[in-house]
Every structure is written in structure tokens, then in C-alpha cells.
Design a protein around this ligand. Structure first.
Ligand SMILES: Nc1ncnc2c1ncn2[C@@H]1O[C@H](COP(=O)(O)OP(=O)(O)OP(=O)(O)O)[C@@H](O)[C@H]1O
Ligand SMILES: [Mg+2]
Length: 394
């Protein structure tokens, strides 16, 4: 236990520091016991039916390619059941792609003439499910064989910790701040690191990233103004990825705006409540004004897709359904058809810093799990179709 001594309440600065120290010590203890013995996050294995679904083939087809020796058996076979690591699934993709007549069927990565997809999730309304949507999209695409980079633009680092890096404690490595700072920035390739989730890399964040807000306010660097800095950083690693997802902080500051200048598509996650809808209206009014300002300063903004995503959707809640219908009536297909359902499966998973894709189905009420996963899959699938469209594939 951490000794609980009286806090110094005399000076606010000391008080805040003491509270922070105590919290950090508690987090360290909690995390150590939660992630014992080695503190690292690992991805679960996937069952044969899950793998067949991910690859878009039948179970029979998988058994055949294993029997023929085309695709090696997974390492882990228990009581006749196959359990695949995500890396084994990616390897199977590579092998099947080589003998497939339809190019891109198993490895859907972009060709050099298909442009990098940069999707930003943004809304200054806190808790509108930006980070949850980002991590679910990231896992959806990585499991389907895309090369995904998430960029955590929030100094709070929620996305960073969902990727198995704890910005609160041990992590003192390079962050996205180091690639976009004004003073001697480092190459983005040094910042990007692979995660425990095959196919997913991250440009992490921690508190230092908030310096970008302060520095951008005082800096006038006409060669490389603030709104070019994320775009330029991404250009340095562009060849390694198909899709970049930018998670934004709950404010419309320099980080969010620099993200907007780097993005090729935008998603505004929105919870269907009156407060959230009116706050989103204000957000977009401001965002529109800022877009105008940076366009006047030389940024060229162009979005293939600019969509609302209804999050924490509750089909049985009448007022929220009315608001959703209202948004659809006003904006038609600018509101994505798929919605992210509100589900205890999602909130329970995120408590453990996991997405629904990391949870084992048998560890939850099946109906709850299926509903939540079905909804996240539908959101991913709709974004995937938009991406394919941007690449001119459909
Ligand atoms: N579909 C969902 N069902 C249930 N709970 C959800 C769902 N989506 C998000 N939540 C919960 O809502 C909370 C806020 O979500 P999240 O952190 O993704 O929002 P955010 O927009 O990133 O917040 P912030 O503005 O602070 O960055 C989290 O506790 C998360 O578990
Ligand atoms: Mg967030």
C-alpha cells in the first residue's frame, strides 16, 4: 500500500504536485498488478472460424490449404482446435495472395498510385468516443491485412495507453511531439513504433505534446507553419502504411487543426444527445472558420469523405433515436449508415484498455459480444468501402 500522509494544502502548486505524485505511485502499483508478470500487453489468439471470417474463406477451405501444406498449420493446436496468432493470420494472407487470381483479395494494401489514407477523428466534445472509435478502426483494419499507423494527437495519451504504452509511468521515449516540434525535430521514422498488435504502429503521445499548442502560438515560421507539420511528418513514413488514423484531443487547438491539414478524410464522432449535437454545431462552425484561415495561409484542404459517425447509439432510447433521425434527415449520407452501438462489452473492454477485437467471445455474454462486435465491424466495413472508393477500386 502507498502511505497516505496529509497533503500540503498551503500552496496550490505543491498540492497539485503531491496529488500527481500520489496518483502516479498508485497507477504504477495498479498497473504492475494488472499486467504482471512482465507488464506487456499481448494479443490473444484467434479461433479457426474467426480466421476464416477475417480471410473471407470457408472453414473447409482453410482445412484444405493446411492439408495441402500451402499454408502452415498454426503453432497452437489444442484438442484438435487451431488457434492462430495475428502474425500467423498475416502470414496466411501473404501466402494466399501469391496464388490468388484476384489481386488484393487477401492482402488489400495500396499500390503506389493509390494515395495514403489519412483519417482524422475529431470533435471538441469530450467523451464523444473519438479514441474508442480510433482504436476499433485501427484493429479492424490491421486484422484485415492493412498497414495501419495511429497518431495520438491527444497529450492525455489515451490511445497510447490502449496501444500498450503507459504514458503515465514508464514511457519516456520519443513522441509525435518530437517529429513536429519547431526546434530540431526528429525524423518521424524514429517516432513511429510497432505495437504488440501485428500490422499496427503508433506515433505515441504524452503530456509534452501540449507544448506544441504553446509553441505554435508564439512561433512564426513562414517556411513550415504549424499546419504543415503533421502532414510533413507523415510524408516521411508514408511508404510504410496504407491508413493513418489521427485521434484528436477534445479541443480545437493547433494539434487538431494541423491534423485537419494533413487529413484526406474526416470523421466527426457524435453521441446522439441534444447537448452533443449543439456542441458539435459550434465545433464545426469554429472548424470551418479555422479551415478558412489556414487555406488563406496556403493550406490546401481537400477531403474525399467528411462524415458523421453516431457513437454510443442506443436503439431503444427514443430521444436519441429521434436525434439520429433528425441528423440523417438534415445531412443524408453525410451521416454514416453504420453506428457504434452503446454496449457494456465496449465499455468493459476499454476499461481493460482493449478493443472488442481483443476480447475472447466466450468471456462475455455471447449476445452482448456479438452485438457490439457486429456494430464495430459494420463501422469498419463502411470506412473500408469508402477507402476502396478513394482508391478507385469500387
Ligand atoms: N460504443 C460504446 N459503448 C459503451 N461505452 C463507450 C462506447 N464508446 C465509448 N464508450 C465509453 O465512453 C468513454 C469515452 O470514450 P472515448 O475515450 O473514446 O471518448 P473521447 O472522445 O476519445 O474522449 P476525450 O475527448 O476525452 O478524448 C469511455 O469510457 C468509453 O469506454
Ligand atoms: Mg480521446
Amino acid at each position: 500500500m502507498i502511505p497516505v500522509t496529509p497533503l500540503d494544502t498551503e500552496r496550490p502548486s505543491t498540492l497539485a504536485t503531491e496529488i500527481s505524485e500520489r496518483l502516479n505511485a498508485a497507477i504504477r502499483e495498479h498497473l504492475l498488478s494488472a499486467f504482471a508478470p512482465d507488464n506487456t500487453k499481448r494479443l490473444r489468439s484467434f479461433s479457426a472460424p474467426e480466421v476464416a471470417e477475417l480471410l473471407g474463406v470457408s472453414g473447409q477451405f482453410m482445412r484444405k490449404v493446411h492439408a495441402e501444406g500451402t499454408v502452415p498449420e498454426p503453432q497452437d493446436i489444442r484438442s484438435g482446435r487451431r488457434h492462430y496468432t495475428a502474425q500467423e493470420i498475416l502470414n496466411a494472407r501473404e501466402i494466399l495472395e501469391r496464388s490468388s487470381r484476384t489481386k488484393g483479395r487477401y492482402v488489400p494494401q495500396r499500390s503506389p498510385d493509390e494515395k495514403l489514407q489519412v483519417w482524422q477523428l475529431m470533435n471538441f466534445k469530450g467523451g464523444s468516443s473519438k479514441s474508442t472509435s480510433t482504436i476499433h478502426l485501427a484493429h479492424y483494419f490491421a486484422l484485415r491485412g492493412y498497414r495501419v499507423l495511429v497518431v495520438d494527437l491527444d497529450p492525455q495519451g489515451s490511445l497510447t495507453s490502449m496501444c500498450g504504452i503507459s504514458p503515465e509511468i514508464e514511457f519516456d521515449g520519443l513522441t509525435i511531439y518530437d517529429a513536429i516540434r519547431y526546434d530540431d525535430p526528429v525524423d518521424m521514422a524514429e517516432v513511429v513504433r510497432e505495437t504488440y498488435f501485428p500490422g499496427l504502429s503508433i506515433a505515441p503521445s504524452r503530456l509534452i505534446l501540449s507544448e506544441f499548442e504553446t509553441e505554435s502560438a508564439v512561433h512564426s515560421n513562414p517556411d513550415q507553419p504549424f499546419f504543415t507539420r503533421i502532414r510533413n511528418a507523415l510524408a516521411q513514413v508514408e511508404e510504410d502504411f496504407d491508413l493513418v488514423l489521427l485521434d484528436s484531443p477534445p479541443q480545437l487547438g493547433f494539434l487538431t487543426i494541423a491534423g485537419m491539414a494533413a487529413a484526406s478524410s474526416l470523421i466527426v464522432p457524435l453521441t446522439p444527445s441534444m447537448l452533443d449535437v449543439s456542441s458539435t454545431a459550434q465545433f464545426l462552425e469554429l472548424a470551418g472558420a479555422y479551415m478558412g484561415v489556414i487555406e488563406d495561409a496556403g493550406a490546401s484542404l481537400q477531403y474525399d469523405h467528411f462524415k458523421f459517425l453516431i457513437t454510443r447509439d442506443e436503439p431503444t432510447d427514443v430521444p436519441s433515436q429521434q436525434l439520429t433521425s433528425f441528423m440523417r434527415a438534415l445531412f443524408q449520407d453525410r451521416v454514416m449508415s453504420a453506428t457504434a452501438l452503446k454496449s457494456t462489452a465496449i465499455s468493459d473492454a476499454t476499461m481493460l484498455k482493449q478493443s472488442i477485437y481483443e476480447v475472447v467471445r466466450s468471456e462475455m455474454t455471447r449476445a452482448t459480444y456479438d452485438r457490439a462486435k457486429g456494430s464495430m465491424d459494420a463501422v469498419g466495413n463502411e470506412v473500408e468501402r469508402m477507402i476502396q472508393q478513394s482508391w478507385g477500386r469500387s
